[in-house]
Design a protein around this ligand. Structure first.
Ligand code: AGP
Length: 607
């Protein structure tokens, strides 16, 4: 996720900006840059770490007391010196940095190109520099307003103009932006840790607001121009807490980021009528129509997301779809052939087994589509089509928000394929489209129910074994829930289809064995309840994940973790949240290292 810095004050801007960018490194990035205004705009930027930028500025120092800076996490365009921010307009009189995505990027670029504008990078950001410059007639605030009225999406934008030295104008549209209030100096940043050692007083810029920073401090307006009065927030977190946005662990922060992640993953890609616009997914309708089979291959949590995906493709497209562990598929001489679509899912895009399975599929003539979070990753470079999940860097080893984004990406893919092939059940597809649009709000609502999950965690914190059951899509979610528990609590956990319990595992159910059951699939409800009864008859403690309006479930279960009502095909997306939180709180009670669990690595680049 990109990081933003800005400085206006009596001191040299460059060292403040560079120091702030280093403190934002935890957000993940692939290039960095700063611009300092001193009668002209001077830019230094480079692919790679801030250290490289430091070398550049050491060799070619920048002098001036106003400036902006950026760490870039690539979305449009590969990581490179040219694509690094800041970006200027061709005359060099406007300079911008930006965090987030301009959804109507292609449309705006075509418009500007038709007017004769030429671009030096592949980024959506450069478009913003051109838009501001085009609108500028001596009033930077008005020009920024004009530019953001055209640029759709979730982003934060920071701008300086050569003709208005001493001023920075910034806008927040969803992506975070804060102002640090120092003694005679003012800082802008995308996150508090960047400047927490310089001030403890902050203005948190809200969605839809514009802030003007100059020698007098900061003044906030709405984008439309209404004045906003905001009391500064005094922060007494320590630096480590601040990096985690005030949460105790990155995992918890990332769980809570999921509503925003869904908004990002969907951003500009799904119209109300269900048309899915997927940049970098280039197969044509003929390929989609003639498609013989879909294969999904991945490992770990990405595989679990694929389990949900295979059911989405089956239900929305009636397409034969298999999901294969990449480490199995690569040695299994799979029946992949020309005309098949192989979807390789990987947060990092660097998992060795997934890369090997993907390469095998390509050798056999299949079309390779990568669902990945990392722009420029090996998987993305080798794929024919790429669906970037836009979850932002995930720091906790236990994956949560990346899983969520993988699910959303697969719904979008199914709708894209369905547009060409026809959807098997248009009414179901309509419910899914509506549900996707309302999903961020219901996930947000779920986050407020964490205390109930923390309470339920006490019931299983001392268990030796926990079983997770469900049917259909609920089974797929149960698998992910059990993996989360294993990874961070070190309790043995196992997921199985609810109907399988009686074929053996029931022998292990006693009153000391908690069973977690997921119940979002209406058609399978009664059957799953039968499995609950089997558990209850052996004294097992049952915790259910069920819809708010499920009035029957209380009769069968000891504890119910409620989720907002959804349709069957989207139910698992909400159901996974209480399971993530449950694992988190159990691990917390047990005093484990939640973000760095023993024996595990974030990216498994060995076989
Ligand atoms: C999940 O919490 C784990 N970190 C792990 O299972 C992970 O999903 C797996 O190693 C695959 O990683 P990838 O998505 O980067 O390919």
């Amino acid at each position: 996720m990109c990081g933003i810095m800005g400085y206006v004050g009596p001191n040299q801007a460059a060292p403040v900006l560079l120091d702030g960018l280093q403190r934002l490194e935890y957000r993940g990035y692939d290039s960095a840059g700063i611009a300092v205004l001193n009668s002209k705009i001077h830019v230094r930027k480079a692919e790679g770490k801030v250290d490289r930028l430091l070398e550049l500025t050491d060799n070619s120092p920048l002098s001036g007391t106003v400036g902006i800076g950026h760490t870039r996490w690539a979305t449009h365009g590969v990581p490179s010196d040219l694509n690094a921010h800041p970006h200027t307009d061709p005359s060099g009189s406007i300079v911008v940095v930006h965090n987030g995505i301009i959804e109507n990027f292609y449309e705006l670029r075509d418009q500007l190109t038709a007017e004769g504008h030429e671009f030096t990078s592949e980024t959506d950001t450069e478009i913003l520099a051109h838009l501001v410059a085009r609108a500028y007639d001596g009033d930077l605030v008005a020009a920024v307003r004009d530019a953001v009225s055209q640029a759709e999406g979730a982003y934060a934008l920071v701008v300086m103009a050569v003709h208005e030295p001493g001023k920075i104008v910034a806008v927040r549209r969803i992506s975070p932006l804060i102002v640090g209030l120092g003694d005679g100096e003012t800082f802008l940043a995308s996150d508090i840790p960047a400047v927490l050692h310089r001030t403890r007083d902050f203005l948190i810029i809200e969605d839809g607001e514009l802030v003007i920073v100059d020698e007098n401090g900061a003044s906030i307006e709405t984008i439309e121009g209404a004045k906003v009065d905001r009391e500064p927030l005094h922060v007494d977190w320590d630096a480590e807490m601040a990096e985690k946005g005030g949460y105790d662990h990155f995992m918890l922060k990332e769980i809570h980021e999921q509503p925003a992640v869904v908004t990002e993953t969907l951003g500009g890609r799904l119209e109300e009528d269900g048309t899915a616009w997927l940049e970098n997914v280039d197969f044509d309708d003929e390929f989609a129509r003639n498609l013989g089979r879909i294969w999904i291959t991945a490992c770990g949590t990405a595989y679990n997301a694929g389990m949900v995906g295979s059911e989405i493709f089956r239900r929305l497209l009636r397409m034969p779809t298999s999901v294969e562990y990449a480490h199995e598929m690569r040695y299994a001489d799979p029946l992949v052939s020309e005309g098949d679509l192989v979807i390789a899912i990987s947060q990092s895009g660097e998992t060795a087994d997934t890369l090997a399975a993907a390469r095998l599929a390509k050798e056999r003539g299949a079309r390779l589509l990568a669902v990945t979070n990392v722009v420029g990753s090996t998987l993305s470079r080798e794929a024919d089509d790429i669906l970037y999940t836009r979850a932002g860097p995930e720091i906790s080893v236990a994956s949560t928000k990346a899983y969520m984004a993988m699910l959303i990406g697969q719904y979008l893919l199914a709708l894209r394929l369905g547009a060409a092939r026809g959807l098997s059940d248009p009414a179901l597809a309509e419910r899914v489209i509506h549900g996707l649009h309302t999903l961020p709000a219901s996930l947000e609502e779920l986050m407020h129910r964490e205390a109930e999950v923390a309470e339920a965690a006490k019931r299983i914190a001392n268990a030796q074994d926990v079983y997770y059951i469900g049917r259909g899509l609920d089974y797929a979610v149960a698998v992910e829930g059990s993996l989360k528990l294993k990874e961070i609590s070190y309790i043995h956990a196992e997921a199985m289809p609810a109907g399988e319990l009686k074929h053996g595992t029931l022998a292990l159910i006693t009153e000391d064995v908690p069973v977690i059951v997921v119940l979002t699939q209406e058609a399978l409800y009664d059957k799953t309840v039968s499995a609950i009864q089997e558990v209850k008859a052996r004294g097992g403690d049952v915790i259910a994940v069920a819809y708010d309006d499920d009035e029957r479930i209380g009769r069968f279960c000891d504890t119910v973790l409620r989720i907002p009502r959804s349709n069957d095909l989207l139910g698992p997306v909400s159901a996974v949240v209480p399971l993530q939180l449950l694992a988190y709180h159990v691990a917390r009670i047990r005093g484990n290292d939640i973000d760095q669990p023993r024996n595990l690595a974030k990216s498994v680049t060995v076989e």
